[in-house]
Design a protein around this ligand. Structure first.
Ligand SMILES: [Zn+2]
Length: 457
């Protein structure tokens, strides 16, 4: 009989929630990985965390954040953004490439990786960008560990030139050859610009003009076009921040024809509707926009039916001054969210809108599976010991001042919450506990396993 390995940490008494169920079990950790999950794992002389009455979830994997480094660090940087993630129970973030300069070449990818690697408080992946003429750079970025590629079909922060359909198709082919997922911002750029010009010509500068300038069919058209092309090129396709009932209906119709695509919804599109413009003004400007309540209901129904694969934050910080801009055309899109995702979802779970198992599936298990990130998204022996201790009954009020981003302006300030993050562990190390960040930046780059073809769409 081999001598069983001693753990270096044991969590006892908690209810361990996975994507497909929950059980009261102990978790033993050794060398940053889950050693065992089971009963009676507490061992003399081994540090023990008594988590009686708490839930233990796999650390969340947020596939959509903008940490603004390099080039926009007045808004956020890798240290502040990943501290916010740790405080929100998010142990892996996937950072978008529309920084300044944008990450559209292998050289820029390497520069960004060198710049941010020592600053991360949680694990991170970096996306590359598909731009109007960089299909020759895709393989090089993949070699450096690109988690996947982001394609902006519609204009957003950074005002990167949107590729035409031929450039898109070449980018899709290159990503397919690299075995990586392409995630898309699916709105038709030409139509967005035309509707924006019309509204400006009418003298509109109010927050709702942004919604009126981005009607649902603009998303439907782009979704249809990109799914059609991705099937033809054999590319693993993911739709970021799908925002409309009509968009989701079109995805389901195309899936019924055999097209394979994963779908993400954002916390903001689930927890805010267009009444937010009257309360928060341009703070809630978002691309795609915050939609009417009927769209919000359709997205929740899509989650309940299992049609939506992933929930993400689109954590998109701007300075407090920028967030107060009154002219909708000058205002930036997006706001922070990586720290508030889990408390908001736990509150929805307490209200019966979804289950905590659903949260684990949508925010940890499926993201890790879809992007082939090994060792994440589950608390199974051999997996990274990334986990969150959650008090599911704690009653609090969301306080923007307590958040860890550089600028803590959030439309969720003052919301009543049921459920809070007590502590976050990254590869067995305590990184956050009761309001405080513990220790220094120990996050590492995560790379996708490119041999694994995506079994799960
Ligand atoms: Zn985004």
């Amino acid at each position: 009989m081999p001598v069983p390995l001693l753990p270096d940490l044991v969590v006892t008494g908690a209810t361990v929630v996975s994507h497909d169920g929950r059980r009261e079990q102990d978790i033993a950790v050794r060398d940053g990985k889950v050693l065992a999950v089971g009963d009676g794992l507490a061992t003399d002389g081994v540090p023990t965390v008594d988590a009686t009455g708490l839930l233990v979830l796999p650390g969340l994997v947020d596939m959509h954040v903008h940490l603004r480094e390099p080039g926009m660090t007045e808004k956020e940087d890798f240290a502040s953004g990943t501290r916010a993630a740790a405080a929100g129970g998010v142990t892996t973030v996937a950072d978008m490439p529309n920084t300044s300069p944008p990450v559209a070449t292998a050289e820029r990818y390497r520069q960004k990786l060198d710049l941010v690697s020592s600053k991360a408080y949680v694990d991170f992946g970096l996306y590359g960008m598909i731009d109007h003429d960089n299909d020759g750079e895709i393989a090089g970025m993949a070699e450096l560990g690109a988690l996947g590629f982001k394609l902006f079909m519609g204009q957003t922060t950074g005002d990167n030139r949107c590729p035409n359909d031929a450039a898109i198709f070449r980018g899709l082919e290159a990503a397919a050859a690299a075995g990586l997922v392409v995630g898309v911002h699916a709105e038709n750029d030409h139509l967005l610009r035309m509707f924006g010009d019309r509204l400006r010509a009418c003298g509109r500068t109010d927050p709702r003009a942004h919604l009126e300038g981005r009607p649902a069919f603009v998303e439907v058209e782009a979704v249809t076009r990109i799914i059609t092309m991705a099937t033809e090129s054999g590319t693993k396709l993911h739709i970021h921040h799908l925002s409309t009932a009509a968009g989701l209906r079109r995805v389901m119709a195309l899936r019924a024809e055999g097209h394979q695509v994963s779908v993400e919804t954002l916390i903001a599109h689930l927890f805010l509707d267009d009444s937010a413009y009257d309360i928060h003004g341009n703070l809630v400007k978002l691309n795609p926009p915050i939609r009417p309540a009927a769209d919000v209901a359709a997205l929740w129904n899509g989650i309940a039916r299992g049609d939506v694969d992933i929930i993400a934050t689109d954590h998109a910080p701007h300075t407090a001054e920028e967030q107060g801009e009154p002219d909708v055309w000058k205002a930036y899109g997006g706001f922070i969210g990586v720290e508030t995702m889990l408390p908001l979802l736990l509150t929805a779970a307490a209200e019966g809108t979804l289950t905590v198992e659903d949260i684990v599936r949508l925010c940890a298990y499926r993201p890790a599976q879809r992007w082939s990130i090994s060792g994440k998204g589950q608390l199974t022996p051999g997996y990274d010991a990334d986990f969150v201790l959650v008090d599911p009954t704690a009653q609090t009020t969301l306080d923007a001042a307590a958040l860890h981003s550089k600028h803590n302006v959030t439309p969720y300030h003052g919301r009543s919450l049921t459920g809070s993050v007590v502590a976050t562990y990254l590869r067995g190390q305590l990184v956050y506990e009761k309001g405080e960040i513990i220790g220094g930046p120990g996050g590492r780059q995560v790379r996708p396993v490119r041999e694994i073809s995506s079994a799960a769409v």
